[in-house]
Design a protein around this ligand. Sequence first.
Ligand code: HEM
Length: 147
Amino acid sequence: MESKKNLVESLETTNNFMQFAMNALRLRLQKPVHHLEKNLSLNSEPEEEIELPEISLEEVANHDSASDCWIVIYDRIYDVTKFLKLHPGGDYVLLEHAGRDATIAFRGAGHSQEALDSLKKWLIGQLPEKERIFRCEKPIFKTLLPN
Ligand code: HEM
């Protein structure tokens, strides 16, 4: 009887310990992930908060031609009109996305770090908070965001 009681006690202790360990692990996992989410970018330097003018998708859609070409990449707006003829991937891939979101195509093309850095040159604004899907509280994914 005594040994049964001991066994039950020991099982309870083990159970408590396992719960404690699981909670500790959960906390341990939460911390770095949260930290990473905040700072994830291809550059090693932490992302700076940039004050950019807000431009809606409706406004972006007005700039959809070779003489006036805006595209959206990771919730930011780029005026690529002057870049069309310079783009190593050709102007047509940019024109296909004129006035629209080009993030998936941009990501799919597997651009280099240099290409990601060069985005800044054409940056003119960002989507309003409610239209963002990457740089927002519950993004689709947070990896590979350019600064
Ligand atoms: C402002 C936006 C963009 C910038 C600054 C940019 C920049 C560049 C750069 C610098 C390269 C040379 C290779 C590299 O360094 O990765 C490149 C290649 C390429 N880009 Fe873009 N790109 C932009 C948007 C896009 C978009 C929206 C697409 C859509 C599919 C695209 C498709 C390609 C492809 C297919 C290549 C490979 C060309 C080849 O190797 O023959 N790019 N881009």
